[in-house]
Design a protein around this ligand. Structure first.
Ligand SMILES: [Zn+2]
Length: 619
């Protein structure tokens, strides 16, 4: 028995070491441990011992509009699927961001400063927990367990809480827009993630870095004054109970329609039509969502409501129900429902080319641009088109929601993708270049251009933004241009199939793409994601029949530009980033004709090139 085990152990250690010897990518020790424990596999798949925890939330919440007080009560069943015995449960209280001594990434509007989250009672299996077992710190509430929670067991936590909702001005991603219009995220005590890489998540919410949540089930009852409509994550369970038959009929019809249905129109408001059945002071909306990493809601007494349904799975014909809820004064939001539906349709069948995984999506006219599962809080972009922002925030459905990315560590694994999809999908919908290309070259090579593998929790702006959005978007464009649609899409789908509903970390991504592309892409990953440096090409020399490009930067990147001949004709050229894969510093190509060259210019809007002065010949 002993020798058998011993042999297995030796074989495992040798094979692991061999793979690591062949690794060009630096791997932090805590991530190596996951491979030793077999929670992850070096081929990029979840390991045979992969695990993650989950919870079931049943919550009642109500909003008192005059005082801006939100009060809730939750029953949370938490399942410990880890191999560890847990001696505490960590809850996130994101609204402690607003307390007087809160740690914040930037200044808040003084009106948004509150006393944070009040938690009058926590219950374990129905019994009140002694105050000594509770530790509220930064944006967490740790509940110490007298009886630790063994692997494979669950427990039931009850929590009552309240906070004052911040005014939207100067509050990040949320807030009270006016006396009856709120967007409400980060609102409930959510169990922090306990995972195989970091144990209990310990980066507090400081208003900058975004999501990292387990996949859980939600049943939420939201009580508001009887003249208010509530939109939320998940499927609305009681529309017939809340809406009058006329509006319940429109709501139901819109779920089958390709065209946009005006559920609440300006005419309905003008004619004083009765939307709601309720005769009392308040009414309650019930929403349910399964296997989602978060739950948000929003409400208003006067917003317009457009809705439609779009096919997101061609094989089954499944539709997603898409809504826009907006201020009647908005100058662009009448386009948002269409844009969201067309964007989800195109993303489902083209890029990323994976069926939208949820039953619905609501884009709510608040401010800024922020994603939650099945909900977005987006401001008006007038006079610019709302398409790019709508596509960006709805694209986040894939990353970080369907793929449970840890944005406290790896924000580039979701923001870079959303920034990439928002450009390719928006450009395709618009039929012209209209997506938001992030400006990477103006930051590239400065001290604020940090390798994206730097944990996001340690970055502040502008470094956080440059690493997560700008540099990652630029990298994904170069990768797409090299792999081409078919190979790129194959890698993407393989990655999503492997990690949908799970928590991939960077090496799961790198290794999966290495395997699915049929090529070790470490020559690409290392300079773009691990190393200091910047992308820069120069036209070094032009001979009678040759053009020599020098890689004066550090990154493999697309060689694209134009040759102008002395006879007045022009010819574009394009060579993928792989021309640099052997570490060569120069690349020589022959122009397509023998005509005399007058000028060579490097440049492509989707290829960041830091130093512009060396992009032309003659200099
Ligand atoms: Zn984003």
């Amino acid at each position: 028995m002993f020798s058998f085990k011993h042999t297995l152990f030796v074989v495992f250690v040798v094979s692991f070491a061999e793979v690591l010897v062949g690794q060009a990518l630096y791997m932090p020790l805590n991530i190596r441990k996951a491979y030793e424990k077999q929670t992850r596999s070096l081929d990029g798949r979840p390991g045979p011992k992969y695990w993650q925890n989950r919870a079931e939330y049943r919550m009642d919440v109500s909003a008192d509009l005059p005082t801006r007080k939100l009060s809730g009560s939750a029953t949370i069943r938490y399942f410990n699927q880890s191999p560890d015995t847990l001696t505490m449960i960590r809850l996130k209280l994101a609204h402690d961001l607003y307390k007087k001594n809160g740690q914040r990434a930037y200044d808040l509007n003084p009106d948004a400063i509150t006393d944070g989250v009040q938690v009058p009672q926590v219950r374990l299996a129905g019994k009140p927990v002694d105050a000594k077992a509770l530790h509220q710190h930064s944006t967490f509430l740790d509940v110490k367990l007298d009886n630790p929670l063994p692997p494979g067991q669950s427990l039931e936590l009850g929590v009552d809480w309240s906070y004052i909702a911040p005014p939207a001005k100067g509050a990040p991603r949320e807030g009270v827009y006016d006396s009856t219009t709120w967007f409400v995220p980060y609102w409930y005590p959510q169990v922090a993630v306990y995972d195989d890489l970091h144990g209990w998540a310990d980066a507090p919410y400081n208003g900058l870095q975004e999501m990292y949540n387990d996949f859980s089930d939600y049943e939420v009852r939201i009580t508001v004054p009887a003249n208010i409509m509530v939109w939320a994550t998940g499927v609305w369970q009681n529309p017939e109970e809340v809406l009058t038959p006329d509006f319940a009929g429109r709501f139901s019809m819109a779920q089958r329609m390709n065209a946009v249905v005006k559920i609440f129109s300006p005419q309905d408001y003008a004619s004083g039509k009765k939307f709601f059945r309720t005769t009392g002071d308040t009414h309650t909306f019930v929403y349910k969502a399964g296997q989602v990493p978060d739950f948000a809601f929003a409400f208003s007494s006067y917003y317009l409501w457009d809705a439609t349904a779009t096919v997101v799975d061609a094989t089954t014909g499944r539709r997603a129900f898409v809504s826009a809820a907006y201020n009647p004064k908005s100058e662009d939001y009448y386009q948002v429902c269409r844009a969201a539906a067309d964007g989800l349709n195109l993303m489902s069948r083209w890029l990323p080319g994976y069926p939208y995984p949820y039953p619905c999506m609501t884009v709510f006219n608040g401010s800024g641009g922020m994603e939650f599962p099945m909900m977005c809080n987006n401001g008006s972009t007038h006079p610019n088109s709302p398409v790019s922002l709508t596509v960006h925030e709805t694209a986040h459905t894939y990353f970080p929601f369907m793929m449970g990315i840890n944005e406290q560590y790896y924000a580039w694994m979701d923001e870079g993708w959303a920034a990439f999809f928002d450009v390719v999908v928006t450009d395709s919908l618009a039929g012209k270049s209209q997506g938001r290309l992030r400006n990477y070259q103006d930051f590239a090579g400065t001290e604020n251009d940090m390798p994206p593998m730097t944990p996001s929790r340690h970055l502040s702006n502008p470094a956080y933004r440059v690493a997560s959005y700008n540099r990652a978007q630029a990298a994904y464009f170069n990768l797409y241009q090299y792999l081409g649609y078919e190979r790129f899409h194959r890698c993407m789908v393989e990655y999503m199939n492997r990690w949908s509903g799970k928590h991939p970390q960077p090496f799961d991504f790198f290794h999966t793409w290495n395997e699915a592309s049929g090529e070790n892409l470490d020559w690409f990953w290392k300079p773009w994601f691990f190393d200091w440096g910047y992308p820069d090409l120069a036209v070094a020399e032009v001979g009678p029949n040759t053009v020599t490009i020098e890689n004066t930067g550090t990154m493999p990147m697309t060689v694209a530009g134009e040759i102008a001949y002395q006879d007045g004709t022009k010819e574009p050229f394009r060579h993928p980033a792989s021309v640099w894969k052997n570490g060569n510093r120069t690349f020589v190509f022959r122009p397509a004709t023998d005509k005399k060259v007058e000028k060579v210019t490097l440049g492509d809007p989707q290829v960041s090139d830091t130093v512009k002065a060396n992009n032309t010949w003659p200099r």
